[in-house]
Design a protein around this ligand. Structure first.
Ligand SMILES: Cc1ncc(COP(=O)(O)O)c(C=O)c1O
Length: 392
């Protein structure tokens, strides 16, 4: 097998590539810090992607472009093959990135002052997309048990619906808590939203990071009517480490929703794809399966290493079960050190995480999110540094 453990064990130097994860972090905190933060992978992407881009780059004209039928079909085939979602080419539109989709949906389907439901702790740009556009954040916090496993609070969602919520942003699977929502959970959620006519935007960018085949439940399989108000956002960027190429997609069976969102984007001139983003996505969706399976096994081992290290070094830390994503969510409340203090100590100890309050001021406090998409020796090093930071 080409994409085996040895492949993902290879470290490579990402310095001086205008890389946010390494270069921007070192510019801020100094050299030598172990970057375990932003959701970007330290893995070489599949050779088939690089080859496709190099081949295209060899043709020295990079003018206006469009989404070819072949590129669209590769994406739709991938969705069907990996997630059993059957979609047609008119049920998708391109976006520069998933966050563009969150913001465009906010502008398209709500007005200033309208309420939008989110479930903290949740990916920070959910908050920013609402706040920056002067909509109202309606927090329906997740419940958490003593093992760090999170579930939805449907009562609070129903309450928010009664109080006039217009839209909900779902994170499916959920960053940072690692939940892969079950079909039953999504059906129960949809029953509430549909009853109150609340539009659902499901951010499914982490859909490929599940550790059992077929475990991910696409919202468009749960709400699959032509009139259902559901938009799913995704991208090959997270799965294959292509975020710098800026190419994502919105899917909906209700094509009116896509038309409205597309009009919003046209209004600010977001009208076409990116040559290299499209070429890379097509190659990823066509040839990426073996690499993806190898990468998932490697992440699973990384998670086990982290679990073992934390149990030895910080036995009171609670590592949430990782059902999906490559992002480990760690509760350090038992040690009583606030995120503000922990941040400083971690930088001194030589490690950078995404600190919990990025995902919500209250529920994120005392937490760190550890990015496991790196070589295993770096996971061990990160646990050592975290121990040092916590124990002062
Ligand atoms: C849940 C979630 N949505 C969106 C993004 C960002 O996606 P994009 O770069 O396509 O905007 C991330 C990146 O970490 C994410 O975790």
């Amino acid at each position: 097998m080409k994409y085996d453990k040895a492949f993902f064990d290879q470290s490579f130097d990402r310095h001086n590539t205008a890389c946010v994860k390494w270069d921007a972090m070192e510019a801020q905190y100094g050299a030598g810090i172990n970057p375990m933060w932003v959701a970007d992978m330290d893995f070489v992407c599949p050779d088939e992607i690089t080859e496709a881009m190099v081949k295209r780059a060899a043709h020295p004209a990079y003018g206006y472009t469009f989404q070819t039928e072949k590129a669209t079909q590769a994406m739709l085939d991938f969705m069907k093959r990996r997630h059993h979602v059957e979609l047609t080419s008119d049920e998708q539109i391109l976006l520069p990135c998933v966050v563009t989709g969150l913001r465009a949906a906010t502008l398209s389907f709500t007005s200033p002052g309208d309420g939008i439901i989110i479930q903290p702790p949740v990916y920070g740009p959910f908050y920013f997309s609402i706040k920056d556009n002067e909509r109202k954040i309606m927090e329906c916090p997740l419940n958490c048990d003593e093992n760090g496993r999170y579930t939805m609070n449907l009562e609070s969602i129903e309450e928010a619906c009664k109080n006039g919520a217009k839209m909900m942003m779902l994170c499916n699977p959920h960053n940072p808590v690692g939940r892969c929502w079950t079909r039953e959970e999504l059906e129960a959620l949809w029953a509430v939203l549909k009853r109150y006519d609340v539009l659902l935007v499901s951010d499914e960018i982490h859909e490929d990071f599940v550790f059992e085949k077929g475990a991910f439940n696409a919202m468009l399989n749960v709400a699959n009517g032509k009139d259902d108000k559901v938009i799913a956002l995704t991208s090959a960027s997270k799965t294959f480490n292509l975020a710098g190429l800026q190419q994502a997609v919105a899917f909906a069976r209700n094509t009116e929703l896509l038309k409205t969102m597309s009009d919003t984007m046209h209004a600010v001139g977001v009208v076409q794809g990116n040559i290299f983003g499209l070429i890379a996505a097509e190659a990823a969706y066509t040839y990426g399966d073996e690499w993806l399976d190898g990468m998932l096994s490697y992440i699973r081992e990384g998670e086990q290493i982290l679990r073992r290290e934390l149990a030895e070094r910080l036995p009171e830390a609670i590592l949430s079960p990782l059902e999906a994503t490559y992002l480990a969510w760690v509760d350090l409340k038992a040690y009583g050190i606030t995120v503000e203090e922990l941040k400083e100590r971690c930088h001194k100890a030589g490690v950078e995480f995404t600190f919990g309050t990025f995902f919500g001021e209250v529920l994120g406090e005392y937490h760190v999110r550890i990015n496991l998409a790196c070589q295993h020796d770096r996971v061990v090093k990160a646990a050592e540094s975290l121990e040092k930071a916590v124990k002062g």
